[in-house]
Unconditional design. Structure first.
Length: 325
């Protein structure tokens, strides 16, 4: 009987030795700003790809990417969804401990997930027929020092307009739609689904797509960012997270952004009506999770010239792609 006793004890313990989620060991705290560019993450969550690797996602919704930065730097968040910005680069330069680890969404020809939307009455009346007709008008974007403002600048440059030709103001993207309706702004540059929503509400017309502007026809927009604490203390979980994410990205690409299943998943997680997701221009999502790192340097040079950042960072201070499968 003595020989069987250890086996009995081991058998009793086996149920406690299952997936890490049973004890909460592999909970990953993720900050998110719900957007269509996060589609592959939503797919991975909905299809159970994180659960397959013993990961449970604890999502906290933020009003802006900038508000995630302090929580990411202190390790209160393990993962954040974001975009290239002056605030991101300044945070790294100041010693905040986080890095870009994967792509979350790009602009490519046919994938125009961020664009200029103009007030419908201005287009219908013929007051705005081209970008040049926006000279002197008020155009909003999400915040100072972000890629959307870079896109606006490149659009103006392409149209032969000087940098001060527009009155640029800053509004959260949902408020951009409301500002079109109230005529507080004449146009806004922002990510989908806000352009599609403005059209659905009859207050805006999607007017300029990035693919129409050579300098931004292909560009990095969305990013996945890891806290230093997550990378250093739980490297296996960090690798497993991206393995699950890449599986989601490949499924998204295999099915296509207009596939009914993909549309339903994105609608649920991004909290956007199905019809709006269908109408929205999609983002390109790299099936291997690899970002266009050269675009980070291009944006950094622009931010330096504008005075938004003071320190030019080498890529290895910003990016670590070693966690990708």
């Amino acid at each position: 009987m003595r020989l069987w006793r250890p086996l009995i004890v081991l058998a009793a313990l086996l149920p406690t030795l299952g997936p890490a989620t049973a004890s909460g060991d592999d909970v990953v705290k993720m900050g998110d700003l719900p957007q269509l560019s996060t589609a592959a993450l939503y797919v991975a969550m909905d299809k159970g790809y994180f659960a397959e690797r013993g990961i449970k996602i604890d999502t906290e919704i933020f009003a802006s990417a900038a508000k995630m930065t302090p929580a990411l730097a202190t390790g209160q968040l393990d993962v954040a969804t974001g975009a290239p910005s002056a605030a991101l680069f300044n945070g790294i330069a100041s010693g905040m401990n986080f890095k870009i680890v994967a792509d979350k969404g790009q602009i490519r020809p046919g994938y125009n997930g961020t664009l200029l939307t103009v007030r419908k009455d201005l287009v219908d009346s013929g007051q705005v027929k081209s970008v040049k007709d926006l000279k002197g008008r008020t155009v909003s974007t999400g915040a100072k020092g972000i890629t959307m403002e870079f896109f606006l600048a490149k659009m103006m440059e392409d149209a032969g307009l000087p940098p001060d030709a527009l009155n640029i103001t800053y509004l959260p993207y949902p408020d951009g739609v409301k500002a079109l309706a109230s005529k507080a702004v004449d146009a806004f540059w922002g990510p989908e689904p806000w352009g599609a929503r403005a059209e659905a509400e009859g207050v805006g017309v999607r007017f300029v797509r990035p693919e129409q502007v050579k300098a931004i026809s292909t560009f990095q927009v969305g990013l996945i960012i890891y806290s230093g604490k997550f990378m250093q203390e739980r490297p296996k979980v960090a690798r497993d997270f991206l393995a699950a994410y890449v599986k989601g990205a490949r499924y998204y690409n295999q099915k296509g952004p207009q596939d009914p299943e993909i549309v339903a998943i994105v609608s649920k997680h991004a909290r956007v009506p199905v019809e709006t997701v269908k109408a929205a221009y999609p983002f390109y999502i790299d099936p291997d999770g690899r970002p266009r790192v050269e675009d980070l340097l291009t944006f950094q040079d622009f931010a330096l010239a504008k005075g938004w950042v003071k320190t030019k960072l080498p890529l290895d201070r910003m990016v670590d792609l070693s966690f990708l499968p």
